[in-house]
Design a protein around this ligand. Structure first.
Ligand code: 7PJ
Length: 290
């Protein structure tokens, strides 16, 4: 049962993604140098186990990334990126039931992974690399466009905005328009303010509290706050002790209009969000969460 009684889903390369409730996107890093899980899932069997564990815990989609975008990270050659992510996509496409998302900015990686079964392109560069927009449009899968100020190498040096909400809104609108002009459907575009990507604590706090403003753009919002430095700024927590705060931030984001939350701690986030959804049903009934 859903609030409207009608199931709404979008097609992700043959797999449906149900979007009439908050979508929980589980993060699968296949990088040897991830800041949040330190290369734990770099080996293929470990990556497969981790993805299956996240699906069992309630993930609606798995986001596979092969490039570290942590502050200060250097760019990576396309071939190296592909050799990390393609085996994971190939292995998982046949093994898990939920759609796979690919966290990449490279058109070569987009094409190879979508051909191998990936169903969503999550690009932290918002399809600005040469050829990325055309490739994504041709592949026809949903896309996520993220705002970033600078590059991962430089973005946290001294982020500055006259008005952070205005700057991010303007950028997302412009990238959304570019996608629509390239024949993409607005329902297949997700927009992401890019927490921590060239933003200080005050910028992140403002974007989170004003998040609902971005829903005016008419696309679903995707938000990643999980285990980010913002939590260290607020509570003084090393990365392995940021789970509860991450679940709280995901819930706040969902309550402020996020349609998709990108998280590492799937079980905790799933329970927090599904309980909120169940008790806030507009028809006044509660449902069994199961
Ligand atoms: C994000 C992402 C995010 C989207 C990363 C990390 C760094 N993709 N990829 N949004 N973050 N769309 O997980 O902390 O916030 S990598």
């Amino acid at each position: 049962m859903t609030r409207t009684g009608v199931e709404r889903s979008i097609d992700c390369n043959g797999r449906p993604l149900q979007v009439d409730r908050t979508v929980i996107m589980g993060v699968l890093n296949v990088t040897p140098d991830s800041f949040s899980d330190g290369g734990l899932y770099h080996q293929l069997p470990d990556a497969i186990d981790r993805a299956q564990e996240m699906v069992a815990a309630g993930a609606d989609i798995i986001d596979i990334g092969g490039v570290s975008t942590r502050p200060g990270a250097a760019p990576l050659a396309e071939g190296e990126e592909l050799s990390r992510v393609l085996p994971a996509v190939e292995a998982l496409a046949g093994k898990i039931s939920v759609p796979l998302s690919i966290d990449t900015s490279s058109p070569v990686v987009m094409r190879a992974t979508v051909e191998a079964g990936a169903g969503l392109i999550n690009d932290v560069c918002a399809l600005q690399r040469p050829g990325a927009l055309e490739t994504a449009s041709e592949l026809g899968v949903p896309v996520s466009l993220m705002h970033m100020q600078g590059t991962p190498e430089t973005m946290q040096r001294a982020p500055y905005y006259p008005d952070v909400v205005e700057a991010v809104y303007h950028f997302l609108k412009q990238r959304q328009t570019a996608c629509i002009d390239a024949d993409m459907e607005v329902e297949k575009i997700f927009l992401d303010p890019g927490f921590g990507f060239g933003k200080n604590l005050e910028h992140n706090r403002t974007l989170l509290s004003e998040l609902r403003v971005f829903t005016r753009l008419g696309s679903k919002l995707l938000v990643g706050l999980s285990r980010k430095t913002m939590i260290d700024d607020l509570l003084g927590r090393p990365v392995h002790r940021r789970s509860s705060a991450s679940a709280a931030l995901a819930l706040i984001a969902a309550q402020n209009g996020a349609g998709v939350v990108r998280v590492h701690d799937v079980g905790m986030t799933h329970d927090a969000i599904r309980v909120w959804e169940a008790v806030s049903r507009s028809d006044g009934t509660t449902s069994q969460l199961g």
